[in-house]
Structures are given as C-alpha cells and as structure tokens.
Design a protein around this ligand. Sequence first.
Ligand SMILES: *[C@@H]1O[C@H](CO)[C@@H](O)[C@H](O)[C@H]1NC(C)=O
Length: 333
Amino acid sequence: MAASCKNSMVTSLLFAIGCVFFLSTFTHAELQKFLHPPKPDGSLSFLVIGDWGRRGEYNQSQVAFQMGRMGEELDINFIISTGDNFYENGLTSEHDEAFEESFTKIYTANSLQKPWYTVLGNHDYRGDAEAQLKPLLREIDTRWICLRSFVVDAELVEIFFVDTTPMVDSYFINSEGHTYDWRGLPSRKAYIAAMLKDVESALEKSRAKWKIVVGHHAIRSIGHHGDTQELINQLLPILKAYDVDLYMNGHDHCLEHISDTESPIQFLTSGAGSKSWRGDMKETNREGVKLFYDGQGFMSAELTQSDAEIAFYDVMGTVLHRWRVSKQLHSSI
Ligand SMILES: *[C@@H]1O[C@H](CO)[C@@H](O)[C@H](O)[C@H]1NC(C)=O
C-alpha cells in the first residue's frame, strides 16, 4: 500500500518535471533543425529551383530534365525549393493529386532523389497552406521536407529557411481578390516577431563557414515584382548583422544575381521553374546587377571550406552565369 503510494508520488513528480521541460522548450522556441552531412571530402553541392508546379507545362519538364543532368554531374546533396510549389493556388488538401503530378512525376531523375528542402510561396498560401506541411506528403514522396521556417545544418554551411509571405503587407491590405490561408498565424504581428527572433538567434548561434538564408520573396530584384520593402526593412538588417553570405529566393519568374552595394551579401533569384518570359524589367535601381535572365532555368551552388560557386542554367542546360567567392582559411579561436 505504502509502496504503491510512494510510486504514484514519484510518477507525479516525474510528470511535473516533464511538464516543466515541455513548457520551457515550448516558450523558448527554436527553429527545427535538419542535420545533413556533407560529402566525405567536406564539400557540399545543391540545386535551387522556384515557382514550378504546373504539371510539366511551361517548360517545367525540360527544366527538370536539365536539373537531373546537372544533379548527376555535381553529385548534389539536396535540392532547395524557394516556394510557389503548386500553381495556381497551392494544394487543395494533402490528397490533392497535383502533388504527384507536379512534383513526384516530374522530377524523376536519379540525381534528384534527394531531400527537397522547401518553403511556401504566396501562391501556396492561396490554397490549403497547411496541406504542404502534412506528414502524409512525406509518406507519398519521402523527398518532401516543407516547413514554414527551419534550419538545415550541413556542417560547413548552415541554411536558414524563412516564411516570407506573411511579411508582405499587400496580401493583408489589398489582396486583389485572392484569399490566403492564414490559419497558422492568428496574430500576424506576433508571428513575424517570433519568426524573426528565432531566425536571428539561430544565426547568432551558427558557427558554420557559410550562412545562407532562403525565402520566397526577393530582397532585391529588378524583375516583375521588384524589391520587397518589408524584407529590406525587417530581414536584411539581420542578414547583415550575422554575416550572411547568400540570400536565395524565387517569386520573380526569372534568374538573377545582384550584389549588395553595402555588404558582401549576394541576392540570388531562382524562380524560373516553369512559366516565365514576362518581358518586364524594373528600370529603377540597377546597381549591382550581374545577371538578369527572363526565361526558365535553375541555379546550382557548390561549397567548400574556402570557396563558394554559384551557376545559373537555362532550359538547354547552358550556363548563363557563374560566380565564385573565396574566404580566407583561418583557424577559429
Ligand atoms: C521553352 O523554352 C524555350 C527556350 O528558352 C522558349 O523559346 C519557349 O518560349 C519556352 N516555352 C514556354 C511555354 O515558355
């Protein structure tokens, strides 16, 4: 009798301690982190694609074919999707056949059978945004890893994925007849504040040689949508404070490389996974523009302890632009 009473007290105590741990993890939010080992020689390579899901149309299949070839050649570790994964309006639910028709059945090359680290774009938010985050999709296609904001830690490089769609004012003020699925964020202000704090604290802790931030919207772009003022105001200062090397995005259906004029940050747009050729380019603020290609294609990145190289490819697999940067090899303190 006494023993069982003592046992139940111990159980309650353990339960209480468990609750405290649970609460402290919950209030002290940390972005979910995926560990991805680099290649045996310590290097890493990946492809970046955005704005793609159209059941193979608008050259999506041709881009997929060239990705397969380059993926093989570069022996890529994974693929990054910058969002707008399914057109026009995301997925209707996790049972939507568009997932297989625009993803599984399109990116079929051997070299593309790797994790796809994916963020949501504004078009994904026009459907059932939560559908793309559901575990069922990972059961249908194990490559699919889609979260709102998260981190991929690949040792020499750490990649921080940011959910930029809720940061854009116009989707809330003047939604132009579109409806957005904001179920996951009852308070927009609190959501953005917490997300930016989480990203900042993850960046602060990072000891990786290279830091890359990925979002759907461009910070700098001379394409159809142009710069995103909300990101210039709220995200760019964090990137500068923690020495981020590269910012990668989609949204504008083109390929772009713009060097920041005030920091070493490179702005890289890979949003040319299917429909493009919009024929419009902003005439303003052309400073730092190294590439603007108004057609379909994708980007690759290759990283070592000393060098980072990015390249852009068109539907024929032709290299449109290549850029390389070196970092001094110095031992850490
Ligand atoms: C497909 O790509 C080719 C070559 O860039 C281009 O000429 C053609 O217009 C593209 N098709 C579509 C539908 O965008």
